[in-house]
Design a protein around this ligand. Sequence first.
Ligand code: ADP
Ligand code: MG
Length: 247
Amino acid sequence: MTVNDLNAIEVAALDKWYGTFHVLKNIDLTVATGERIVVCGPSGSGKSTLIRCINRLEEHQRGSISVNGIELGDSVKNLDAIRREVGMVFQHFNLFPHLTVKENCALPQILARGKRRRDAEEMAMHFLAKVRIPEQADKYPGQLSGGQQQRVAIARALCMTPKVMLFDEPTSALDPEMVKEVLDTMVTLAEEGMTMIVVTHEMGFARKVADRVVFMEAGEVIEVNEPNAFFDAPSHDSTRRFLATIM
Ligand code: ADP
Ligand code: MG
């Protein structure tokens, strides 16, 4: 098998508890290289927990997760390797407020990858141009709109040259007029072939970009389907009920 044949992400029989609370129940999810997955479901269904397990911001107790063939076990070496493969974008941007936009993008490369400053800044400017805000490079996050800050967060993640990008409700903290500029950035990324898991209730985005939509409820994957079938002919009552609340 060549590397290209590997699945980007394999989650198998995954269980996770927070204390005694069974938050993820026997989750199976395989994401092919280049595939775009949208995850949706009610608040509290475990969407964030699932993607946080994939880059080990949370630990799971049973089952297995691997990213590009690297199993996320107890080995710290594997953890470092997986974090190199996976970029993450959060609902609340999580930028460093005391660093400029350019420095937000450059510093992680210098600290975590040992990049030379000049190369790191060049990479930062490359991806800030890609998310169409190179002119904001010397400002501080607080001087930017929410949509611009989220695009910085995307650029910062891309600077680490991840093979997989995870997005956790990247537009849900934004004012409505800023949602599109962030989604457009993500559409471009998808069109370029990035493997993505996106937790979002933006159904227009899901229809346009997703190869498959995953519906979660109460810690379980209830339904997985390609977007048109998922939205137009959901198989499960709970999917139908959920869709009625968001459409
Ligand atoms: P979603 O992203 O789908 O809204 P989450 O993954 O954030 O759901 O949370 C799933 C469930 O786990 C919720 O009931 C939430 O209250 C609970 N939960 C999330 N994080 C923790 C935590 N650190 N400790 C205990 N319970 C948590
Ligand atoms: Mg969440």
